[in-house]
Design a protein around this ligand. Sequence first.
Ligand code: FES
Length: 357
Amino acid sequence: MPKTTPELPQVARYKPYYHELEMGKTYLWCSCGLSQQQPFCDGSHQGTGFEPVRYAAKEPHQEVLFCGCKHSADKPFCDGAHNDLKADYDEDDPNSPENLAIPIVAAGADGRALLNGGCYVSKVERIPLQEHGNLRLGPVISATTGALYQSQFYAEVGSGESPVTHFGDRHTIALVTQGRGQITISGRVFPISPHMGVYVRPGEAFSINNPDTLAINLFLAVCPQAEQAEFLPQMPTGFETDYPERTVGVDPEQRQTMADRFFQILVDKCIGSNVVTQFIGDVPKSKAAMHRHLYEESIVILKGSGFMWTEDLKTPVATGDVIFLPRKQIHSLECTDPDGMMLAGVIYPGDNPAINY
Ligand code: FES
């Protein structure tokens, strides 16, 4: 029997255990890592100094990820700490005979390459954009294309002030991919520049001022999902002053490691977005082992190229593409670029992009 100490639990496995909990039932999560009935306690902790953690379901059919590595700071749940217990992220060989046999899917007439389980990669340049003054706007992810939680729009803003745009009582999280200017959010003005995340609270509206001839391009994630934007005759007041910070730029000091990968949270609860999280990250040339998440995710490829894999299909991805990933869909995003891949994602509902299973 392996030994453990109160300072050092045994790793049962380097990823969490998915469970759907029964309402009214109490679960005893193994904290020492020695139980033979993972992730639950079988009494093996006796004499180790560890005690099991008790948890009762908070809602019917509550889905949880119980920590398997026993190093989470959010016990009994996974907080992504398992990614940092090894120097390398778990990888898979894209050139294995099984992987080479997986067919490559091409994008259809609508610009989407359809993978398993409703996952797809969208060639954004093929999305039809509608003109509203100097704003060109089109849906990339929506209920029509299978999303349950979030929608995403691609926007190009020409010179001048865009129409006042409103997504009702929803959170809007923007990612600027090109251009510099200002965004006005319900009367409050903020400078914007590439790779900046912007948060617009439910009920607020926004417009974008482009002082240049180069378009300002953005992706707009809207949660819960909206089929279309509303355009208001004038900018409303009512900026929520309890949340004064609304833009977050890339800051190397804020980068978090995930084995050999990096990510930085842009928009999250730190600036008031409690249920939607936006991040930006770097992926080295590699193919991550297949894994899942409990949140629905949209990913914009900002730089680099590779393949998006699901269980028995794969498709190329390149700079500017958007990936839609349903909850619990098994997948891997491979980077084939020696210089690595840069991406930005929005997860909803969720607050930690490092949690995978
Ligand atoms: S399995 Fe322990 S933190 Fe994820």
